[in-house]
Ligand binder design. Sequence first.
Ligand SMILES: O=C(O)CCC(=O)C(=O)O
Ligand SMILES: [Fe+2]
Length: 424
Amino acid sequence: MSDAAAAVYVRKRYKKWVTQYLDHLQQGAEFAHITLMEAARWKEEGFIVLNMGCNTMCPCELKQLMTNLGCLERPLVDERVFFYHTDLPFMAVKSALVTQGTTLTAIDCSCWEEPGRQIATLYAIPLVQNMNTGSSNRGARYVILMRCDISEVLRGTGTPFQREVLGAERYGEKHPHEAAGADDVRHLRCDAITDIPGAYRVLDFLTPGEHDDILQELQEGVRASAVRTERLARRVVAHFNRRFLYGINALGEVGCDVAPLPSFFAWMRDRLENADPTTTLEPPYPIPRGGFTCDQLTVNFYDYETSRVSGIAPHVDAHSPFEDYVLLVSLGSYTVMEFARGDDGKDAAAAPIGVLLPPCSLFVLSGEARYAWTHCIAERKTDILSESIPKLTRGLRISLTWRRGREGVHRKMECPYPLLCDGV
Ligand SMILES: O=C(O)CCC(=O)C(=O)O
Ligand SMILES: [Fe+2]
């Protein structure tokens, strides 16, 4: 079985197990837990979080929720008590636990009848629908918390639970995508991300010098309060040219209630529509030369140094206020963006796809990727991108989200991707 097929298999098994578990719980219970652990035999160190039907939940929110529900007998003083991932392979956790020399042979629903043999305390917390527009999951939304000795589990599984990250093999490469042209023009290779139709990545969209200048300009602007920022739940944002009003998903008028344009605004906008004389974005870059002028820039600050968690919940950029093409330029730390296709709820546990976004890169969302897939940045601080890359820690990342405001009304009935459409 290929790794991908194995991952799907694990995912399905996990889903089946959780579904059976949920069936087992009392109907309508607000919060349910089953104690399966003999405390004396299993060191309670923390929680492994298994998500069901939701892509991410911030560990802080989770802690708050658990406190509110009274499932923490003692306060959690350290984030290490959570081993958190949005796609924990349940079977791997299970076999790790089984190899710890416990008497347990399996955690599955047949065990509920035999409480003497279990090793973990499991909690199931039903979540209310708290995702932004475009959450792809219409099915059950639960987090399952397994209280156990996390370090033992990690030792047993050997590898942390991170699914394959697309594009990770190019991590750390020095400008592989810049072909030497006969002229002085930089010819930049553009890769289609075939697993996500309509998504493209250009690794060296910015030169290192441009990158550093922009980073410095934005950071100094914030320090000097020349850039007007807004604090959201897990990130800080600033808007240029047109303000985006999150509460009502609407765009302000040009120049209204925004800071002055940054110095890179004009040339970067040109480059994005392939109209910058210094740079050519090679096919299959989807935007025709001079074919799409952005009029709105959102700068996102993900600061892992000063805040415990940072990220962005799964969402589709609202269809109504913005046209096709969402263009993401990355600065500072690398990150992993996760994508999941909106579905009709039949496969609420479909595994999202992670893509590496390194600094200087441009990521393009068009068509299906823009309208029918959610994207998010999970609230994790570290990543194991592959076996050959040592564990990485995320640092401050600043992203530039370029979009164009939609003129005219977007109608859901006419939208080719109605599932995640917020149109009238
Ligand atoms: O940080 C990013 O690259 C993405 C931000 C984003 O998804 C958004 O602003 O809608
Ligand atoms: Fe977005």
